[in-house]
Every structure is written in C-alpha cells, then in structure tokens.
Ligand binder design. Sequence first.
Ligand code: MCN
Length: 787
Amino acid sequence: MSRTYVGTSVPRNEDRRLLTGNALFVDDVQLEGMLHAAFVRSDHAHGVLRGIDVSAALARPGVVAVITAEDLGDYWQPGPLLVPPPPIDGIVFNQASQVPLAKDRVRHVGEAIAMVIAESRYIAEDALADIVVDIDPLDPVVGLEAALEPGAEIIHPQLGTNLAAHVVQRHGDYETAKAAADVIISRRFHYDRGAAAAMENRCVAARWDPRAEELTVWDTTQAPIPIRNGLARMLGLLESRVRVVAPYVGGGFGPKIMMFYPEEVLVPWVAMRLGRPVKWAEDRQENFFATTQERSQIHDAEMALSADGRILGVQDFFLHDTGAYDPYGLTVPINSQCTLLGPYDVPAYHSEFRAVFTNTVTVTPVRGAGRQHGVFVMERLLDIAARQLGLEPAEIRRRNYLRKDVFPHTFQILFQDFAPLYYDSGNYAPALEAALDIVGRDTFPREQAAARAEGRYIGMGVVSYVEGTGIGPYEGARVTVEPSGQVRVATGLGTQGQGHYTAFAQIVAEVLDVDVDRVHVITGDTREFGWGTGTFASRGAVVAGSACHEAALAVRKKVLETGARVLGIAPDDVELAANSIRSRSNPDRAMTLGELAGHANPLRGAVTPGSEPGLEATAYFGPDHGSTASGVHAMVVEVDPETAMVKILRYIVVHDCGKLINPMIVAGQVQGGVAHGIGNAFYEQLVYDEGGQLQNASFMDYLLPTAMDVPNVEMAHRETDAPLNPLGLKGVGEAGCIPTGAAFAQAIEDAVPHLGLEIREIPLSPNRLFELIRSAPGVRVEALAAD
Ligand code: MCN
C-alpha cells in the first residue's frame, strides 16, 4: 500500500533555502563584466516628445551607452496583445499596447524614454540627470468619466477615442425581471486603484554567449516560456538558443505576468549588442510608476428582487480604467462581469462595461484580477436589499444560492478564456452555515450587545463568492527517476512563493511511492522545460499539478513494465514498495527504483522496439473548463465611531478548493490572500492628482497592512470534488482577497447601525471612513458614540 502525501501538510521543501539566504533571486546574479541599466522616465503624464539630448550623459565617465527609441530601429515594436478577444458581437476592443521606449508621445508619468547603460548602477543613475528631455505637455486624462467626455485629449490619436473596449454580456431579460420586481435597488459603487506591492521588485539580467550563440535571461517573470518565445522571435534566435530563468521570485501577485515590460525587451537586446552582461533592478519608487497596477472601476448597478428577497435580475454598467495601454485585453473587467454572479441564481443579467484609456500606469491583473469588484457590487446590493426587506444578511444569501444539483452549470456569458462561464461543481449553502457556526451564530448577538453596553461597537460581516480558477490552455511536466533514486520533476510554470516545489513533489511522490524529499521540482527555467504558459488565474495546482500527476502515472507504468522485465516476473506480480519495486508473490525479489533506472538506461544491449530508455515521461494537461472554487468569509470588527479606526477582531474563511494537496500551503495562501484583501479594503489606494501625478509613490505614503493589522484567519475547508481534473483540484491562490472588501463593508455597517452608514466604495481608509461617518444621514457629530 503506497504512502499518502496528497492531502497532508508536508513542510515546504523550498523554505530551507529561502530562510538560510541560499535561494537565488535575479538581483543575486553577478556576472563578470556586468553593466547596469537605469531608465529616464517621463515626468509628464501626457505630452508630445520633441527631443532628447543624451550628449552630456554619453560624456560622463563610466557611461557605456544611452539608448532611445530611435536607436532601436525595427526592434522598436509595440508589445503583443496577450489575450486577444474573439471577433464576436457585443465585444469592441481597441488595441494600444505599451512600447519599449516612448517615441513621439509620453502617456503616463514614469513611462520609459531612454535607457542608460553604465559600469555601475551609481553612474547610470547619475547620468539620468544629464539627459535633457523636451516634452510639450498635453492635457492629462485622469479619471474614468473624464476619459470619455467630449473634448478630452485623445491618448492614442490613431484610435480617435479613449474607449479601449466596450463589452455587453447578458442572459435572460433584465427589463422583464425589473417589471416584475417588488423591490429595486440602484446604487453607484467605486473601487479605487491599488498596487500589487510584491516584496521583490522587478529585475532582469541578460548575458549573450557568442560562442554558444546563446542568450540567457534571468527575469522575475511569472511567465518564463512566453518571454523566451517572444524574445527569440524579436531577436531572430532559435527558441532553444534563448534560456529564460525565473529563479526564486519574491512575490508576483499578477503584475509579473505582464509581457513585455520595456525592460524585459531592452536589457537582453542591449546585452547582445554590447557583448556584455547587463542588469536592471527596479527600485521601490520605480515600481510605483513602471509596474502595472489594478482596480479603478465605477459601477452603476441595479438589482430587482421579489418581496421575499429572491433575485430576479441584476444590471450593471461599469467603467474600467485600463491606464495608458491595454496589453492584457479584457481579462480584468470580464472577471468582474462574470464573478459578480457569484454563487447565486440570477435569472436575468445585463452587464455592460466600457474600458477607458487614461494617463496613468497600465492596468493588468493583480491578485483577484477584477473578481473582487464583481463580488463587492453583488454583495453590497444584497446587503442593501436585505436591509430594505428586513432580512438578515445570511438569510438573503441562503434564499438565493444555486442548489447543489444544478452542476455543472453553464451561463450564456463568456469568461476570461472566452468560453462560456462554466461552474463545474459546488455546494454553497453548507459553507455559509459552517462560517456562521464558527463565528457563533447564537453567541455573537450577545457579545455584540455586551460590547455595546461597554460603549464598544462591534459588528459582523458575512459574504459569499465563487472564483473561476484553473483555466487552460495547458501546462506540462516531465518526471524522471534518476539512478540515484532521486526523482526530478520539471514544469514550465514559474513560481513566486506559492509552494509548488512541495505540492508537486507530493503528487509525484504518492504516485511513485517514493519519499517526498527525494522528489525535486524544477520550475521557471526554459532549458528544463520549454512548453507552457505561466502562473496566473490560480491555475498552477489544477493545470501543472495535473500534468505532474499524469507524467508520474506514465513513469509508474514504465517502472512496472521495466521492473517485470528486469526482475523476470509477470507484469501483474510487480508492485511499488517505498522507493523500490518487488514481487508481490515473493517480496525478496526486489530492487530500488534507482537500480531500476540504471537498468532502464543500459550501456550495452538493445532497447526493444516500442520502448524507450530511462524511467522518464512527459505529460500535458489542458482542462476543457476551469474549476470553480467558492467560499464564505466572515469578519468581526470593532469600530471607533469617533476616530473611524477599525480593528479586525476575527476573520473566518470557509473555503472550497476541491481536494487539498497540502492543507498547510492552502492555509498560507488563504492567510496571505486575506492580508492582501485587508490591504485593498482599508489601507491601499494609489492617489493620482488631476495632472496624472501619483501622490503616494512610497511605502511612507502608500499604506500596507502589517502583521499588527492582519489577524490569524480561522479556517475551515470543504472539499467539493472538481470533476474536470484527475485529483479533483480547484485553485486557491487568489481566494483570500476576493470577498474581503465586501465583508469589511458589511461588518462596519453592522458595528454602527445607529449611524445609518451605507458603504459603496473601496478602499475605506481611516480618513475616508471618518468622512463617511461624519456625512452619514442623521449623524450628530457630537453624539457619534451614542444612540
Ligand atoms: N494548492 C493545494 N491544493 C489545492 C489548490 C492549491 O495545495 N486544491 C496549492 C498549490 O499546489 C500551490 C498553491 O496552493 O502550491 C497555490 O495554488 P493555485 O491556487 O493553483 O495558484 P497558482 O499556483 O496558479 O498561483 C498563482 C496565484 C495567483 S494568480 C496569485 S496573483 C498569487 C497566488 O497564487 N500570487 C502569489 N499566491 C501567491 N503566493 C505567494 N507567496 N506569492 C505570490 O506572488
């Protein structure tokens, strides 16, 4: 009987290297003769680029080159459209992707204009000040509604509009639903911008080896293989002559999936051109201007309900800010559009968004990738409706959940992969009951009343969500048993802290019945594995994990076949037994897997036709549809109505990501996601002034939650089997941050019901909450803390 690893909390095997400082990060790459890059960036949000004088910089000792758009010749190309929308009715998309260096216009503060290459980073930075950039400012376009106003400056003149996309999706007939409704709730909601704020900024190093004619690029990317393929195409090299390594990466959280950032295009090119290694490491301030961001959306939403609180229909018109360029297509707003429906039965839905260009940093997915906006709108509409109908927040949700017998469930609207939105499986109502049990459905009202008697204001929020995870197209893995008995697993995914090294090892160790610490996972090196897409959309476990499983099964088949031959026994007499094979009928006839691997790769003799040397197999996995994770978050907060400070007393997550590979890793993912969600909900906001200048581009001004602000999440897991992958997995990497804002808003309102607050925006910084409290209906400022 082989050992069980899947479903157990195997300690993370990557942590020893990380905690002892022996993990290689890109900035650790030091090569002989290495040069350093720094970038001249636009101070203007919008303007015509009249000229660049680089002569003084070139004269500075230690400066090796200064590159402008003109120097790039044909290499200067706008970046690719990463997820091209299909040409179908209801979708208008205007493409304008980022360029390596600004040529005739600048479109956001921080856009790269010139690259300085010098003997040291100090010299490169000093030389930036020598470069004179002549820009004629244009009116900046900032703010979602301003972008579409008549007379607004057009950011991409070739498009003749600031409209980046217009998408209409619907099922059922909302107008009919509305006509039949007893209650109609109509509100405007605003979700403002935030940053991903990974601990490690972006970094790229490149070396051209003229003898091997090979380019090696170390890159903090989430998608090493597409970067390799794109660089090979642009540089006219064979893909096999370009090696992209994404070693240990200190957090990605979405923006590191972007292809191609200017620096990723330019550093390899200049390293080849100069014949010397070059490195660029983003600094924290640059990260606020040069790394993509997410979030600003304004929703005008409406919900039609029957008198007993059943949803009849939802309508949502929203604006999405795509920033200066739109290389990622429609992913973020389509996620909002689809995720809004949540776990609920919504017979009629009309959703329509306009994405707009603005003179701000480009928007691409950040953990949650637009899903949190949809959840916020839906959950808030339900809360407002519940209040109007005199229902408990939990009760209105209960009345509207999809029943557990409707799965699989297909909607008429398209998901981010442009396939119809598909819920593979789910069971929503029990998760709500479980969360209420943990929070203490009977005891909480008493605690609330007791606190109130002491002059403390505590409140609870409880919200639901579903999350489409684990989308295709595919990932692959190669599993090899080596003669040492160690097992190598190579996959094309990049990893940024998610624990893939351990989780994938568990899958393979269980199939091959080897000790889990004998399984070595390699990710993020295109020389080790060259097929796949990358880490995004909480798909690593479902897609790459399943590929590891399939490859391990194929190796197990080889082990059993080769074992029978080498031991000279019948195939059905061979079994796996802890790092070995043996005869079932005569267990003394046995051999270690390492020895067998040696036999499978003989120095003499013949490999019989139809068989292959070695104990190795490669497999790919591409699901027809993603898998639908879901959950309920409950939150207990204490609000000081006079100062607007909010303290999170408890945070409860009941989460369903199908079968758990590693419960400890999943718990870490949820805890980290919740920390991110709390940041989004209460602390983090990128504030642009009307000139397009970011006002808080440092961690002094852009507040992140600290360990002091994030409670230990109380967690329970439900494991609804995912039918579309062999292990029954669903994703979890983003789940923690998706419903947090909605839970936060409901909990605050519940804490101070006497103020009549109705929260319709995120983030709710203490300042903003202070303002909202002071302007709440019927509030007498001098009596805030009293009834
Ligand atoms: N897992 C599991 N059982 C499951 C599902 C997942 O044990 N049923 C494990 C997986 O094996 C993996 C981890 O949980 O080790 C996350 O898996 P998954 O949900 O498949 O997500 P991905 O591997 O695709 O990771 C991407 C996801 C995203 S989209 C963002 S953004 C994010 C996130 O993961 N960025 C992260 N989590 C992050 N965690 C860290 N530390 N750093 C980031 O940059």
